[in-house]
Design a protein around this ligand. Structure first.
Ligand code: ADP
Length: 194
């Protein structure tokens, strides 16, 4: 058992980067299990739930999240709305709508906006810890090697501009391949292993 844990730790160490008082972190995992104040959902414009992380969050959080989403109605691309966390450990779910990848320059602006808007929704309710999935890089087709630096740039700028807003901003990657992209991006920015 000890050997197994040690081996897992070697393969998938969490990685962190401090931006003032805010700790940025990346880890491999399932976002529905996160113990943070707010988790972010990669939602669609109609807030209808669906596959991928969206389906997993609606399933794990239960019907109250779906009902709140129905009441809100829609959320434009690049924006984010907030609901309660239902049965999740997180108190809040922030439903952010990333772009469907097209290859146009507007993709990057919309993706950055989805991250920034999520941080704004969380800070409005006083959530000081937040976990993000990799928005738009599943069904929406955004190449994760392009998306990861946009995600990191956006949250870094936010943490620099709002140093008291968050204690922890964590990226939760669902596959080894996605995590290794974030790991490399964190390392490039001077991060250390935990
Ligand atoms: P999008 O439509 O925005 O591309 P997807 O849900 O298809 O959203 O994919 C976004 C990312 O979320 C993908 O990298 C996918 O692997 C990941 N993902 C799926 N389920 C989970 C989960 N339970 N926790 C964290 N990430 C997840």
């Amino acid at each position: 058992m000890a050997r197994l844990l040690a081996r897992d730790d070697n393969i998938m160490p969490a990685i962190t980067l401090n931006i003032g008082n805010t700790r940025l972190a990346a880890e491999r995992g399932d976002i529905t299990r996160e113990r943070v104040a707010a988790i972010v959902n990669a939602a669609n414009v109609g807030l209808r739930g669906g596959g991928g992380v969206d389906g997993a969050i609606h399933h794990a959080g239960g019907p109250s999240i779906t009902a709140e989403c129905r009441k809100i109605g829609r959320c434009p691309t690049g924006k984010a709305v907030i609901t309660g966390g239902g049965k999740l450990r997180a108190q809040w779910v922030i439903h952010a709508v990333g772009p469907i990848y097209s290859g146009l320059p507007s993709d990057a602006a919309e993706l950055g906006s989805a991250y920034r808007e999520s941080l704004l929704r969380a800070s409005e309710v006083g959530a000081r810890s937040i976990a993000f999935p990799s928005i738009s890089t599943g069904a929406y087709g955004y190449p994760i090697k392009q998306a990861a630096p946009i995600a990191l740039d956006t949250v870094t700028e936010f943490a620099q501009a709002n140093p008291a807003a968050f204690e922890l901003i964590r990226f939760v990657l669902f596959s080894d391949a996605d995590y290794s992209v974030y790991f490399a991006e964190f390392t490039r920015r001077g991060a250390r292993r935990e």
